[in-house]
Design a binder for this molecule. Structure first.
Ligand SMILES: Cc1cc2nc3c(=O)[nH]c(=O)nc-3n(C[C@H](O)[C@H](O)[C@H](O)COP(=O)(O)OP(=O)(O)OC[C@H]3O[C@@H](n4cnc5c(N)ncnc54)[C@H](O)[C@@H]3O)c2cc1C
Length: 413
């Protein structure tokens, strides 16, 4: 059965997370006739379903910004095309700086925002207090408000992209696992799945944390590794956390937060984020805690002090939930998007650097433009899959480099 040829298509996208679904839509929208999106589970059920889904527009890695801006445009388009909602909630982001170093960085961030026409304004402490009543502002020296920033529900986003792709003619195969990438003379020829062989001269690997398990079959290492992300959700308190409560980026506390249905969702950067061999990950992400269960409280205790200083009522509010999931980090914090030199027809769309929801639309567009050999809407040089040499993506040493990139990340989400 697995060896029967069951179909022949123009492009196969492996993995129906936000990145794969966006890629399928961008291909189908640009008239690639037969686009097939395959997932071994269901649409958006991978690590996409775990995302905090902050869509902060301004990034110190400026090359990410056009990709995120593209996602914002795509959301409007697919919501209109499909009638589906992505849960997009435009509440804006407060970037707050308490230390001198953060003030200097915030000035740089504002300059970047201005360069990319991202709306922002400096606001005074009194206005901050009105917007966020729980925030202890005594240490805060400078605040910038980016009013167009939104968060959403990444699961809904993946499903909306997939539905929009289907409306443009793409096919979606769920509960179908890709077992093997097929090739001849350094040219991809298709995939072997649990349902049979599907031929195609174009295959896009957007299998998230599992991408390397596929690409390494062709001796193609993708420079990224599965690294744990973690966030907490407090008990509900509509008065403290109203629905229009802004997102907050707090670099001095290595923390971010956003409202979550009358509660507060907040994340912290650990000094040593656990990383994993992809073979050790559950192929069906679930609510199990990733790593030692004590981390749930130990991390709060070890790394949450500065956050709690901003939030004196924290202890009284109580905690409802702690969520862990996998992001695919790269050593330099850029995505991995594009072909592998000297190998025809294989493309990677992964290495989300903890911002794959925000950048999904832009990643999908870049891949489609590369495949169709039309001018790229923005430079993809920083995202090249071959930008590191001589590395084993599964090795402990390389995974640690990727985990270090997460621990140092100060942008939102
Ligand atoms: C806790 C947490 C918080 C996050 N917060 C944010 C945030 O605030 N903002 C942001 O932009 N991003 C955030 N992210 C990152 C975000 O979740 C991802 O970047 C984004 O969802 C893209 O994921 P993906 O499509 O690469 O992977 P996934 O969603 O994991 O999709 C990969 C898919 O590939 C499928 N697959 C794997 N192997 C095979 C195979 N052999 N055959 C068929 N199918 C296969 C899987 O079933 C899966 O559905 C967060 C992530 C986590 C875990």
């Amino acid at each position: 059965m697995e060896n029967n040829v069951i179909d022949s298509v123009d492009a196969i996208v492996i993995g129906a997370g936000t990145i794969g679904c966006a890629t399928a839509w961008h291909l189908a929208k640009r008239s690639v006739n037969k686009v097939l999106l395959i997932d071994r589970n269901t649409i958006g059920s991978g690590n996409t379903s775990k995302a905090a889904s902050l869509m902060t527009l301004v990034r110190t890695k400026e090359e990410l910004i056009p990709l995120i801006q593209e996602t914002y445009k795509n959301i409007d388009e697919i919501e209109q095309e499909t009638g589906e909602k992505t849960g997009k909630n435009k509440v804006g982001t407060l970037h707050i700086a308490s230390s001198e170093e953060s003030v200097v960085n915030l000035k740089k961030i504002v300059a970047i925002a201005n360069k990319h026409h991202i709306k922002n304004k400096e606001i005074g402490i009194e206005e901050v207090k009105k917007k966020v009543t729980w925030l202890d502002t005594s240490s805060i020296k400078k605040v910038s408000f980016m009013e167009d920033d939104s968060f959403l529900d990444a699961y809904l986003l993946a499903n909306a992209f997939a539905k929009a792709a289907k409306l443009k003619g793409a096919t979606v195969m769920q509960n179908t696992e890709v077992i093997e990438l097929l090739s001849e003379n350094n040219q991809i020829t298709g995939v072997k799945t649990t349902k049979g062989i599907i031929k195609s001269s174009i295959v896009i690997d957007s299998a998230g944390a599992w991408s390397n398990l596929l690409s390494l079959q062709l001796n193609i290492p993708i420079p990224m590794a599965p690294v744990r992300s973690i966030y907490w959700i407090t008990e509900k308190n509509d008065k403290l956390f109203p629905h229009d409560h802004p997102m907050i980026v707090m670099p001095d506390a290595m923390a971010y937060s956003r409202p979550e249905n009358g509660a507060l969702l907040f994340g912290l950067r650990e000094e040593n984020s656990p990383h994993f061999h992809p073979n050790k990950l559950n192929p069906k992400p679930n609510s199990d805690f990733l790593g030692p269960k004590d981390d749930e409280w130990d991390i709060l205790e070890n790394y949450g002090k500065d956050f709690i200083n901003y939030f004196p009522e924290f202890e009284e509010i109580g905690m409802k939930n702690c969520i862990t999931g996998i992001s695919t980090y790269t050593p330099d914090g850029y995505y991995t998007v594009g072909p592998f030199p000297n190998f025809k027809g294989f493309y990677a769309a992964t290495g989300c650097a903890g911002a794959g929801v925000a950048g999904s639309g832009g990643i999908g567009r870049l891949i489609a433009e590369m495949i169709l050999k039309i001018p790229l809407f923005t430079s993809a040089e920083k995202f090249r899959i071959d930008r590191f040499s001589d590395f084993d993506p599964l090795s402990e040493n390389f995974r640690q480099k990727c985990a270090d990139a997460r621990s140092k990340k100060k942008d939102g989400g």
